[in-house]
Design a binder for this molecule. Sequence first.
Ligand SMILES: *Cc1c(COP(=O)(O)O)cnc(C)c1O
Length: 393
Amino acid sequence: MVPPDALALDPVRPTFLPFNRPCLDTAEEEEIVAALRSGWLTTGPRTKQFEADFAAYQGVAHAVGLNSCTAGLHLALLALGIGPGDEVVTTPYTFTATCNVIVHVGATPVIADVEPDTLNLDPAAAERAITPRTKAILPVHFAGHPVDMPAFRQLRDRYGLALIHDAAHATESRYEGRSLASDGDVTCFSFYATKNLATGEGGMLTTGDAALADRVRILALHGMSRDAWKRYTESGYQHYDVAEPGFKYNMFDLQAALGLHQLKKLEGFWQRRHDLAARYDAAFADVPGVRRLGVRPHVRTAHHLYVIRLQPELGIARDAFMAAMQRQNIGVGVHFRPVHRLSYYRDRFGWTPAMVPVADAAGEQCVSLPLDPALSDADQDDVIRAVFRILRP
Ligand SMILES: *Cc1c(COP(=O)(O)O)cnc(C)c1O
């Protein structure tokens, strides 16, 4: 291994390049001001408009605005009746929220390993993890690359399971030209500050099932009966009922004010991400020891992350590489520290690296490089130069 002080490099640029920068302009600023001046701060007309626009963009019947993707995944499990005694098959190669929500509803998460090229849940491994207690499969479309959709639909139908998609990275993703939500299964999107469409905090649940969408809407607002959000309008005060205690998970209009404009610009953002990813691909194509994520035919990745996997032959530990990037004024990230490595999951469920060797190795090797539409070609050249100063000193 390279000694750590061998990587004490000078900055490649005078200012720090953050790993991710939001792409907001006057359209969002003006909409926020208009929302403030309208006097309607909570769930209201802008949320309804954003839900309609988002449903149209995804080609799905129902979209429910929420304050996070995590809230969407939690409510999806609840609305599908998944709880104690049930198992949900998912991936360890994700953000902890994916597993946390399974625990929140009292069900048991069961992890299966990922595919070596995409780091997405491997459908064959997922099938082996199915037991008579399995109620749902919860795949994550890692970095925006769609999972093997036909294989997961087959598992859904063959075993009578629910399919819940963690599409936090996958707003612009397409499989054979179709959005990941267009099947009508439950799909949850994230609008967290670093996601491709950013509202700061925010999320959306989509489904083709009107009754399920209704139930999620009610659960997202304390369990209050339908349309309680408009109980203070000129149409007159309406009493509400509560048939089951819900949560406080609703999207509000200041989030939607951002989302409306982020959505309009999203395809343009995606094109820039695509071009940046192609430039990285060209730079790293012939570098031994730098492994990139595979991209399958018939898919469009959302290019949420640009991940390189530092192979052992480089003789550089991932964490030393990251420290050297930071010292050169380049922000980097790790996606992900796999869930089986987190102490709660390791201790409670006895998960070990040997159970998911592909995910475990990837978790030690992955580094995410800056990839956002605000990145200029010159910024990206700085990133590439910083990588090569470490790999080829
Ligand atoms: C960001 C993220 C989430 C959580 O999204 P929030 O909107 O912050 O709740 C869930 N899953 C994955 C894979 C994520 O990256």
